[in-house]
Design a protein around this ligand. Sequence first.
Ligand code: GLY
Ligand code: MN
Ligand code: MN
Length: 463
Amino acid sequence: MLVQTLKTRRQTLAKLLDRPVILWSGDRPSRNFPANKYPYRASSHFLYFAGIPIPNAAIHLHQGKLTLFVDNPRAGSALWHGESPTRETIAETIGADAAYPLSELLPIEFPSDILVLKPSVWATDALTVGLIDKMREEQCYSLDRSVNTPDSPDEDDIALANAIVMLRSQHDDYALSEMRNAVEITKQAHIAGMKVTKTAKTEAHIRAAMEAVIIANDMTTAYNSIVTVHGEVLHNEHYHHAIEPTDLVLADVGAETQNGWAADVTRTWSASGKFSSTQRDLYNVVLAAHDAAIEAIKPGVEYQDLHLLACQKLAEGFVDLGILKGNPEDLVNMDAHALFFPHGVGHLLGLDVHDMEDLGDRAGYAAGRERSDRFGLGFLRLNRPLLDGMVVTIEPGFYQVPAILNNVKNREKYRDVVNWDRLEQFNDVRGIRIEDDVLVTTTGSEILTQGIPVTIEQLESQT
Ligand code: GLY
Ligand code: MN
Ligand code: MN
């Protein structure tokens, strides 16, 4: 399946672009001294066309053909690293049309019309960065739409970026089967986290139980796990807090397969195994927003409308609970919901957890669209009509972020629409997020992460 899939991907690329392309896999960066390496993660654009991670390699794509450039393992390498596949074996695995040592690529005079993409500098050795620098100088560092002018000199490389966005936005069967594998392990990891919570002393214990499942399945995390009783810190990467029975535990943990495909799931559960009534009330508001947004997914729907639908449901729930005052639609228009839900409802998912965000907003935003400067819309990462084959996350939340709620300007602007005394009664809720991964199908949607406990009853029965 892999070889045929890769062939189809490069043939599709050839239909979109008739120019040759070079993509680099990147090398392993070191931790302070050369022999101590960080785990290897190939560039996602490389992975898309090469299928498997191959350190320090390049692929040349042209007219549907793939030429691999990689050196054979060095003599003596087996002593430290074990047997590594030869260039010929790798070439066969990925269905390369030809394969040469990397050293034969480096001196090549590249044709002036060759297209390149900015390498992830963290993953690319100085040699390849230097080479691409020479080829493209500043151009390859300015693919982010926000810094391009229409006639900027990297227009051609942008054509490559746009073609890759088209290809990678709509997943093929192989990609989906990889993502389903990542989802299955992610599901087991979340259940393990729920089950260990009652005996866990700190967040680190819960994180360990969750990541143990991922590691035991020979996968890695697709991003740094968030496992915290301070869910109001959106990307919290501290794990030292003690677990108190009155806490909610927010776990945003996703597995990544060996070939780089990601899952991205958040669940929030009660540390004691029983939600308090205030936790229950707010959880169900977030769940209603989550369900409504997922329910509305189908091709052609604007993702921003899903975001606004979730905001509307949140505002309705906050009004019902007496936290906000007024008409929910008006409250959303004035971004009052964003006091408690300051981020976007989700993003594209694929080889990267925020898929293709290395290209700025090029993948997330339809051509001609730019980020809003509205408080309630500015952090939206995806703003384009949905297409079948896309996988998106839906991840509404409720957060009590002191920096937002105590901000003097916010206090003034939202003075009449927030019942601050009522809000006080919900102070055992610092952060709730519920996140699922959803495939857009030709007729609607499929929740890939279905089956991970999500209702209060399901969560309570696991903890
Ligand atoms: N795991 C990061 C996010 O949900 O966007
Ligand atoms: Mn996400
Ligand atoms: Mn997440």
